[in-house]
Design a protein around this ligand. Structure first.
Ligand code: C5P
Length: 391
């Protein structure tokens, strides 16, 4: 996502400085080239050598060792991140003080800046610091964190630096056009479980990866996102409202509760089509054979279609074989605005994989995409949603 982007990472003196090693590696893994500037105090917490290895670039610590870098570095940068941002750099930045390499370069930069504040809660809650931070925010400077939790000094409070995942999400957000910023997006993900007895259930192979990728993509494009998730072992996407459910009927209820106030619904979950007619309260005893009586679960997409205030709906259609015809039929029968088709017989795509190979169908046409990461599929789906909503 950051291919060809040039990012300056400024590190100030906080015990959280070590976390920036991981941030720099993640930025590089996404294709960015990273220049690091460390203050004198930052170098007490983490060595320039470690940062040099992580960034694979020059470390700029001394104004006089790298004359004019405070002008050439910012001129070529797409983004400036200060991680961690101490009270000192916040105060200096808000007052246009330029007394070392970092503060001088920051002042010479006119692009997007993200601050990840980290300090003791007394400092963070000091009205002087808050006023300076609010002033920077009013000028368009972005902030991420800090979080509440146990601080390095042993106290509890607000001041922990945001974790790397959260900083990466804010990087993606500032680097992505905010074309979903007026949308409320509801996404379902993962499998459902239909219980037979206290220990057994019927479920399916869905990992939730596609739905979670959709939630992340909608979030970085500025949407207000709710993710209704079946049981999966994935981390909640940063800044997304989570609703955890287990059964299809819980998912049905959760979707109907939120659908009317959402502008886009993406039903990515692999909802169980059937549920046992009866859930036994005791463990079913072993017999030579047994017959399960199943009843059909309500179809959630079709129920949404009947709502008076219905969101733009996207369904998924996982079929055995190249059955685009079935996917198109589903779009009609479920009154969806768009259907994402995938062939479950294709190798290394779809269920539990990090990649997917899909065709996006809608009322204006269809687009077959090559095999790509689920993050890229998610981006393609929302690109098309944005296009169709404009028509
Ligand atoms: O009919 P089929 O289960 O293949 O349809 C798949 C699409 O319908 C998916 O978008 C899925 O989330 C949705 N679905 C639903 N309610 C169900 C079963 C599937 O909304 N009970």
């Amino acid at each position: 996502m950051l291919q060809g982007k040039s990012i300056i990472v400024g590190i100030t003196g906080s015990v959280a400085a070590y976390k920036t090693l991981d941030l720099v590696k993640r930025l590089r893994n996404e294709g960015a080239s990273v220049s690091v500037i460390m203050t004198a105090s930052a170098q007490r917490f983490i060595t320039p050598l470690s940062m040099q290895i992580a960034s694979q670039g020059t470390i700029y610590n001394d104004m006089f060792e790298h004359p004019l870098s405070h002008v050439s570095l910012p001129a070529a940068a797409d983004l400036f991140i200060i991680s961690p941002a101490s009270a000192n750099i916040i105060g200096k930045y808000a007052n246009a003080i330029a007394d070392d390499m970092l503060s001088t370069t920051l002042l010479a930069y006119s692009g997007t800046v993200i601050l990840a504040p980290a300090m003791n809660w007394r400092m963070y809650e000091n009205p002087i610091l808050r006023k300076q931070l609010d002033y920077l925010i009013s000028l368009g400077i972005k902030t991420v964190g800090p979080e509440k939790g146990s601080l390095a000094c042993g106290e509890e409070g607000i001041g922990r630096m945001a974790d790397t995942g959260a900083i990466m999400e804010s990087v993606y957000t500032v680097m992505t056009p905010q074309d979903l910023n007026s949308e409320r997006v509801l996404i379902t993900a993962g499998p459902t479980r239909e219980h037979l007895d206290p220990v057994r259930f019927i479920s399916n192979r869905s990992s939730g990866k596609m739905g979670y990728a959709l939630a992340r993509n909608a979030k970085v494009r500025g949407a207000d996102v709710t993710l209704i998730s079946g049981p999966v072992s994935l981390d909640a996407p940063y800044g997304v409202e989570m609703v955890r459910v287990e059964t299809a009927s819980e998912m049905h209820e959760a979707v109907l509760e939120k659908a009317s106030t959402s502008s886009i619904l993406v039903m990515c979950a692999a909802v169980s089509d059937f549920a046992p007619e009866k859930v036994e309260t005791h463990k079913i005893e072993k017999t030579e054979s047994m017959t399960l009586n199943l009843r059909k679960n309500p179809d959630i997409l079709s129920a949404v279609a009947k709502l008076q205030k219905k969101p733009f709906t996207v369904g998924f259609s996982a079929e055995s074989g190249n059955r685009i015809d079935r996917a198109r039929q589903k779009m009609e029968s479920k009154h969806a605005d768009m259907i994402v088709f995938n062939d479950i017989l294709k190798k290394d795509a779809g269920f539990d994989s990090d990649a997917n190979e899909v065709t996006i169908l809608d009322r204006k046409g269809e687009k077959t995409l090559p095999r790509m990461s689920k993050d890229d599929v998610a981006a393609e789906i929302f690109d098309r949603v944005v296009e169709l909503k404009k028509i």
